[in-house]
Design a protein around this ligand. Structure first.
Ligand code: SF4
Length: 701
């Protein structure tokens, strides 16, 4: 029970931890923010970004009315234009000539409606999302191993584990409340061990008992080496492997072809350190391996995920308290997007686009005129196709690809080439809105209703507590209005977010019979009042059982055809020869107090005080060789372009590597858009770009 009617229970707008927030409308008009003590993700904690949410909800810079060609227009005129241009394009060039590029910032209800329109009514799967850049390698790895995109564990496992391995994750800055939960658990149980695997010494190293300074992209080799070590030590759980898995021998054969010395060469970790880590894992049953973008954002991201999962399957350490592989999602609703099939190769309700039975089931449930039968264009391919003139109408929702995509300058070319570009956003001026033919004002955090799903499969409500500003509308409403005008009114009868959630829940249980992981059908009859009051819950059950019953796979029951988990016989990637002209490896990522392209966090002076400007972390020895002084300006360049940022010399950075934050956009500083330097190489399985592995030259500016 809340102590005042002015307090609204909602969920943070930022990362995949999914913290509960209590927002209070003060008499002064200010928005008070504090952590929700009853939310099971954070129990009242918030990080710097979450606690500053109230400073980011002003209307400065907001897009408050539809615009066509930069001029104000009525909703009717703008929606008619969008619908007619999409309809004409489809009729002239076919359904695959149009595309949506959406976002992990969308609420599940927005995502559901966008996916339904594209896959079931337009008949193309050309809907992809910025979540492709965030966690699609984890999705692909889960699908290969489990037959479903399932995170097996819960946050509680991080507190129950005796060993936490953090690989490719600066949890302290990117998922701060989870870091705080682990830190608190480690104080309660000092025997808990934490191993950090990261080329860089990040703030997360403060909690680590062991920091393995791995070479970039050395993770597959490391976990292949661990699998071989486990087998050699007799630590494989033969009973689990034989009862619940397949493919172990092939994975082990590869592992056995690498000795400790060769793993050391590929990872850059000494044989002694490797042995110490392997022995620690071998003797610690309650082990959780947490991984994030350092694993996912790689040309071998999916193999890395499966190399990690292989070790947990081999030891049967999955789906039991304090054990399991654990992918932590970056965005607030990347998981919700996965649930509704918001990726170009997925279908709604965790169903599979490549499965004819699933396609028929979804089409019938939607009473849709068609259903996409081939995977659509993944993010990098989607913008390449637009640049090649193959995508002739593109609708971008709640994301800023001119800053965030690899080879970001090519996205500008794509938007200039595409004959019709629509952007729905809360901001009038971003690096992407500049290229829109039509701008549609979207409702933002605090103004709209819906749900988000966090990294432990917990669905929470975001609730409106502010009036819609100007003529802004929720994304689901905008998409629905376009669908009506395209002639699909019967398929989109929605008047509020609750109706969409109820349909989404009903689809999750439709002819499911326990054969799919995702099931929230307990909520399929939910109405407005119950939706307003909906408490956070974890799927699949949709009710409030203890967290210990919310794990998957402790007793098998995988979603593959043979109902076994599949070991994947992954091989360590071969190291690329280094071009001496571009001798440095550029790693991009987050800082503690900013989010994505800073369109929200950039409004808070408090958040901007942590780092006032973009920078490059450089090892002092590399800087000395290049004649770069601390705090001087430095130029990073390659064939794609150049950026200029401040040099930050630190021994946290390994030699030969550079870290530049991803946040600064062209509105704040025109020459620090780091993703323009990242080559658009992608993982061949997931299509996720290698945003942590660009080659650059550095010079004093
Ligand atoms: Fe928001 Fe993530 Fe911080 Fe929680 S940890 S308050 S979800 S940014």
């Amino acid at each position: 029970m809340l102590e005042s009617p002015n307090i609204v229970r909602t969920t943070c707008a930022y990362c995949g931890v999914g913290c509960g927030v209590l927002a209070t409308r003060e008499e002064s008009g200010a928005i008070g923010i504090r952590g929700d003590p009853q939310h099971p993700a954070n129990f009242g904690r918030l990080c710097s970004k979450g606690s500053a949410l109230g400073e980011t909800v002003d209307l400065e810079g907001r897009l408050l009315e539809p615009q066509i060609g930069g001029k104000p227009a009525s909703w009717d005129t703008a929606l008619d234009l969008v619908a007619s241009r999409f309809t004409e394009t489809i009729s002239e060039h076919g359904p695959d000539s149009v595309a949506f590029y959406v976002s992990g910032q969308l609420l599940t209800e927005d995502y559901y409606v966008a996916n339904k329109l594209m896959k079931g009514f337009i008949g193309s799967a050309n809907i992809d999302t910025n979540s492709r850049l965030c966690m699609s390698s984890s999705v692909a790895g889960h699908r290969r191993a489990f037959g479903s995109d399932t995170v097996p564990g819960t946050y509680e496992d991080l507190e129950l584990a005796d060993l936490i391995i953090l690989t490719g994750s600066n949890l302290a800055w990117c998922h701060p409340v989870l870091y705080q939960r682990i830190a608190a658990a480690k104080i309660r149980r000092p025997e808990m061990r934490v191993v950090l695997i990261d080329p860089r010494r990040t703030m997360t190293a403060d909690i680590a008992d062991i920091h393995l300074k791995i070479k970039p992209d050395g993770d597959t080799a490391l976990f292949v080496g661990l699998l071989g070590f486990l087998a050699a030590q007799g630590a494989v759980d033969r009973n689990y492997v034989e009862r619940y898995t397949s493919g172990f021998d092939a994975a082990l054969a590869i592992a056995n072809s690498h000795d400790l010395r060769s793993i050391a060469a590929r990872t850059g970790i000494s044989p002694e350190e490797l042995r110490a880590f392997f022995e620690l894992f071998t003797r610690t049953e309650r082990s959780v391996t947490v991984y994030s973008q350092g694993v996912n954002q790689s040309v071998s991201g999916t193999d890395k995920v499966n190399a990690i999962i292989n070790c947990h399957l081999a030891t049967g350490r999955i789906g039991r308290p304090g054990m399991g592989p654990f992918s932590i999602t970056g965005q607030p609703n990347a998981m919700g997007g996965r649930e509704v099939g918001g990726l170009a190769n997925m279908l709604a309700g965790h169903m599979h686009l490549e499965d004819a039975g699933h396609r028929q089931l979804v089409q019938e449930f939607w009473d849709a005129p068609t259903i996409a039968s081939e995977p659509g264009l993944k993010a990098v391919d989607l913008f390449d196709a637009a640049r090649a003139g193959k995508i002739k109408a593109l609708w971008i929702m709640a994301t800023n690809p001119v800053d965030s995509m690899p080879e970001a300058d090519l996205v500008i070319e794509a938007l200039k080439t595409c004959p019709f570009v629509v952007v729905s956003d809360i901001n009038a001026m971003t690096d992407t809105t500049c290229y829109a033919d039509v701008l549609l004002p979207a409702a933002g955090w605090g103004e709209k209703d819906g749900t988000v799903t966090n990294s432990e499969r917990r669905i929470s409500r975001q609730r409106a507590f502010l009036p819609l500003p100007g003529e802004a509308k929720p994304d689901w409403w905008i998409i629905t209005q376009v669908a009506w005008r395209m002639g699909f009114a019967a398929g989109f009868p929605y008047e509020n977010a609750a109706q969409i959630f109820a349909e989404h829940a009903a689809l999750s249980g439709h002819e499911n019979h326990g054969r799919r992981d995702f099931d929230i059908s307990a909520h399929s009859a939910i109405t407005g009042t119950d939706y307003d009051a909906l408490s956070p819950f974890q799927w699949p059950q949709g009710r409030d059982e203890p967290a210990t019953e919310k794990r998957f796979f402790g007793q098998g029951g995988f979603y593959t055809q043979d109902q076994r988990a599949h070991f994947i016989a992954v091989r360590p990637a071969n190291e690329e020869a280094i071009d001496p002209l571009f001798a440095f490896t550029l790693n991009t990522g987050r800082v503690r107090d900013h989010w994505h392209t800073m369109t929200r966090t950039g409004k808070s002076a408090r958040l901007s005080a942590h780092f006032a400007e973009p920078f490059a972390e450089i090892n002092p020895l590399d800087a000395a060789e290049q004649g770069i002084a601390d705090a001087s300006l430095v130029k990073l360049s390659n064939d794609h372009g150049k950026i200029v940022v401040r040099a930050l010399l630190t021994e946290r950075q390994a030699r030969g590597n550079i870290f530049v934050p991803m946040h600064w956009n062209g509105q704040f500083t025109g020459n620090a858009r780091v993703d323009r330097l990242v080559t658009a190489n992608v993982d061949p399985v997931s299509g996720q770009p290698a945003l942590k592995m660009a080659r650059v030259a550095i010079k004093p500016f």
